[in-house]
Design a protein around this ligand. Structure first.
Ligand code: HEM
Length: 114
């Protein structure tokens, strides 16, 4: 990848204060975090099939289809990454490392044009 994540993290300098502010801004309270965790408790696992429709949808558009058809295993790999992404969201441990992961995902999409 043609970007250095450490440089980007340094530039953004995301802190605990920013995190608290963001949670307040989006009105995410402790009870909301519990709701997410309870949902994971109920479903236990985010199945990869959950993402089938998402990629079927993206394959209908030439711009996104071109990106996704570049490698034959890409979509299946992305479904696994989405599974981790959603599982982590439902774990609701919104800390600095969670934010760093989101910044990384954002950069990956900027880079791939996805
Ligand atoms: C709700 C929207 C989306 C979510 C939650 C999502 C999630 C993710 C995640 C978690 C990754 C892995 C990033 C990493 O390497 O750590 C990823 C990579 C990627 N996504 Fe998405 N994505 C979304 C939309 C899209 C769309 C619309 C496209 C368009 C084609 C796309 C194409 C890609 C590509 C090409 C990669 C990189 C694959 C690689 O590493 O080779 N994504 N996405």
């Amino acid at each position: 990848m043609e970007f250095n994540l450490e440089d980007i993290y340094k530039k953004i300098q995301y802190s605990e204060i920013d995190l608290k502010r963001a949670l307040k801004y989006f009105d995410i309270r402790e009870k909301d975090l519990d709701t997410l965790r309870n949902a994971l408790d109920i479903i236990k696992d985010v199945p990869v099939e959950f993402f089938d429709q998402f990629y079927d949808h993206l394959l209908q558009f030439p711009e996104t289809a071109n990106i996704l058809n570049k490698d034959k295993d890409l979509i299946e790999n992305l479904k696994l990454k989405q599974k981790i992404y959603f599982t982590n969201m439902l774990r609701a441990n919104f800390d600095i490392s969670y934010i760093k992961e989101k910044i990384k995902i954002g950069m990956v999409h900027l880079f791939f044009g996805g």
